[in-house]
Design a protein around this ligand. Structure first.
Ligand code: IPM
Ligand code: MG
Length: 379
C-alpha cells in the first residue's frame, strides 16, 4: 500500500534522527511491500528563519493532507529571546491544536538491556510489579490540546501587576482522551489510573465526574485515582504498579519527563499524538491522523555531530505504522529490530556504560540507524 507522511525535521538534532527514521520506514516498506511518500515541511526555528513564522499556514495545510506527521524536534537557544507567540515551541503547540491531536501516548517501559540505566533499586522496581520482577511498563496518556496550555492567559495591571493562565476543560475534551486511555488499557493489563488534583482544583473534580461515566463502558478495566503529587512520588516508589495513566496536559508533561528518567534515557522514548481513538471507527476511521515524535528536545549542543540517539524517533515511526497506518505486524518487526541492536550491545553515548558489559560498542547516529536496518532484515 501507499502511505503519505509529512516530515518535519525541525531544529538541532531533528534532521539527523528523522532521516534515520525515514530510512527505517523505507526498509519496512521494502520488506512488506509498502511505499511511504514523504512531504517535507517547515516548522519551528527553521521556519522562523526562512518564513518568519514558527508554523507557516502552508505547513499545517499540507500536514492535514497526509496520513501522519513525523517530527524531529523544535527550538534552540537562537530563538530563546523571541516573544512567546513567535517561539519555535509555539509552532509545536499550534501544530498539535491545528491537527486536533488531542491524545498524546507516551509509553515508558524498562527494557531489560537498559536495566542498569534505571536509577531505581531492584526492591523499588519489584514493589509494584505484579510478577515480582524488577520491571515496569506503563503508558502515559496526556491530554494535548486543552487545559492550561491553551486557556486564557494574560497580564493585569502591567509592569508589577499580575499574570495568569487558566486550566479549563470541557466534558468532551475529557471524555475523548479518557476513551483513548480505556481503549489502550483494553489492549494492555486493563488498569487505568487517572491523575489529577481534585482535592484542590474544580477542573480536576470535573475530570472525575466524566471518568465515573466513561468507566461504565469499560467494566473490564480497573479504574483508580491519584492526586498528582502522590503520583509523582509513586512513580519513583513503585513504578511497576502503573499500566495506563491518563491525565491533563500539564500534569502529563511533567510526569512523562519523570517517567523517562526511569527508562534510562530520554533518547529512547517515542510518542504518538492522535486525533482519534485508536480502533474506534466512529472517531476517524480507527487509524487516526497522528503526530509522531520522540520525547527529547532538539539538543543543539550535540547537533550535527552524529552522536544523537535515533532510536526514539525510529520507535516513533513504529508507533506511526501501528496507530495511523494499521500496520501492527510491521511496527512490531521494527521494534524487535531495535531490541536486537540493543541485545548486540550497540549503544549511542547517552545509553552507553549502563550495563552493556564488555560486549558494549559505542556507535554514532548513522551506525545505529544502519544496525536497525540490518536487524530488520532478519526479523
Ligand atoms: C513536550 C514539550 C513541549 C510541551 C514544549 C516543548 C512546548 O515539553 O512535548 O513535552 O510542553 O508540551
Ligand atoms: Mg515536556
Amino acid at each position: 500500500m501507499n502511505f503519505s507522511v509529512a516530515v518535519i525535521p525541525g531544529d538541532g538534532i531533528g534532521p539527523e534522527v528523522v532521516s534515520q527514521a525515514t530510512e527505517a520506514l523505507d526498509a519496512v516498506g521494502d520488506k512488506y511491500g509498502h511505499v511511504f511518500n514523504y512531504v517535507e515541511l517547515l516548522a519551528g526555528g527553521r521556519a522562523i528563519d526562512e518564513i518568519g513564522s514558527p508554523l507557516p499556514p502552508e505547513t499545517l495545510e499540507a500536514a492535514r493532507q497526509c496520513g501522519a506527521v513525523l517530527l524531529g524536534a523544535m527550538g534552540g537557544p537562537k530563538w530563546d529571546r523571541l516573544p512567546g507567540s513567535l517561539r519555535p515551541e509555539r509552532g509545536l503547540l499550534e501544530l498539535r491544536a491545528g491537527l486536533g491531536v488531542f491524545a498524546n501516548l507516551r509509553p515508558a517501559a524498562l527494557l531489560p538491556q537498559l536495566r542498569a540505566a534505571c536509577p531505581l533499586k531492584d526492591d523499588v522496581l519489584i514493589a509494584g510489579n505484579a510478577e515480582g520482577k524488577p520491571a515496569f511498563d506503563m503508558l502515559i496518556v496526556r491530554e494535548l490540546t486543552g487545559g492550561i496550555y491553551f486557556g486564557e492567559r494574560g497580564r493585569i495591571g502591567g509592569g508589577r501587576g499580575a499574570a495568569f493562565d487558566t486550566e479549563k476543560y470541557s466534558w468532551e475534551e475529557i471524555e475523548r482522551v479518557l476513551r483513548v486511555g480505556y481503549a489502550s488499557a483494553m489492549t494492555r493489563r486493563k488498569k487505568i489510573c487517572i491523575v489529577d488534583k481534585s482535592n484542590v482544583m474544580e477542573s480536576s473534580r470535573f475530570w472525575r465526574e466524566v471518568a465515573a461515566e466513561v468507566s461504565k463502558d469499560y467494566p473490564a478495566v480497573e479504574t483508580s485515582y491519584l492526586y498528582v503529587d502522590n503520583a509523582a512520588m509513586q512513580l519513583i516508589r513503585a513504578p511497576g504498579q502503573f499500566d495506563v495513566i491518563v491525565t491533563s496536559n500539564i500534569f502529563g508533561d511533567i510526569l512523562s519527563d519523570e517517567a523517562s528518567v526511569l527508562t534510562g534515557s530520554i533518547g529512547m522514548l517515542p510518542s504518538a499524538s492522535l486525533a482519534g481513538i485508536p480502533g474506534d471507527a466512529s472517531s476517524g476511521g480507527g487509524y487516526p491522523l497522528g503526530v509522531y515524535e520522540s520525547i527529547h528536545g532538539s539538543a543543539p549542543d550535540i547537533a550535527g555531530k552524529n552522536i544523537a540517539n535515533p532510536l526514539a524517533t525510529i520507535l516513533s515511526a513504529a508507533l506511526m505504522l501501528r496507530y495511523s497506518f494499521g500496520l501492527g505486524k510491521e511496527a512490531a518487526a521494527l521494534e524487535a529490530a531495535v531490541s536486537r541492536v540493543l541485545d548486540m550491545g550497540l549503544r549511542t553515548g547517552d545509553i552507553a556504560g549502563r550495563g552493556g558489559g564488555n560486549a558494549e560498542k559505542i556507535v554514532g547516529t548513522q551506525e545505529m540507524g544502519a544496525a536497525v536496518l540490518k536487524a530488520l532484515e532478519g526479523e
